[in-house]
Write a new protein. Sequence first.
Length: 279
Amino acid sequence: MREPDYIPYIIVLLFVIAVLFLLIGRRWIHTAMGRPSVAVGNGQTIGRRNEQDDYFSSISTSNGTLAVVADGISGLTNGRLASTVAVTTFVREFVSQDRITDLPAFFTQVARQANREILHQLRGARGGTTLVAAVVHHSRLYWGAVGDSTITVYRNRQFISLNRMHILEQELKLRCLAGEITREAAISHPMRKRLVNYLGFDGFKNLDVCTEPFLLQKGDKVILLSDGVYNTLSEVELEDILSRELSPFEAAEQMIHAIEQKGFKFQDNATVLILEQRH
């Protein structure tokens, strides 16, 4: 029985389809693997200060994407030195590790090392810095924080705060709840915003770290801020910027522009670093 004339054409067509599928499939796999899962953006202004005491950095390795913001204490002489040493130490140690199996322990260990290095460099002089550090690895967010810089997740037009502030106000609230002082005394205390824990402090206690990783969803934005940002822009103003179709870099730049537009006479240094979970 003779084979129909169209059979060879069908065989050729199926072969072409198979080749195209293989090529497209490989390209899709390569694109998916090469596409970064985290997009990063940052912005910074010196404000009305004479020196930029904020320092920040971000880097990606096989251990994930690290973001660090440190706000040198401007009331102390060596705030810039302290913030620079803190961030540099975190980045150096993160890059040097082939495989980090316990990120919370890594945060604690490096914070203590950074504190020792800052104290060594200060040589008895006064200086210190806050610090917030985040690592995003396989859609999991790990973080550590000390001082009054903040780390927040922006999801579906809502802010999810992750760290607490190490300021006297928190201790005053506890004393108020215990009945030791009145609410009025806690609110009006002139030193309520004073830091009680920071890097470069002889009495440095520890870094607050996550007990469990925060599971990120597509589109989540991890926001690291120095107090020069959140003391100037309200949550409504921040949300207005973050809700727009902007890249992390564009959103960070918009925040800094909004701060500079206000033109406050005593505007502090301000730094923002944004990590966006892409997929």
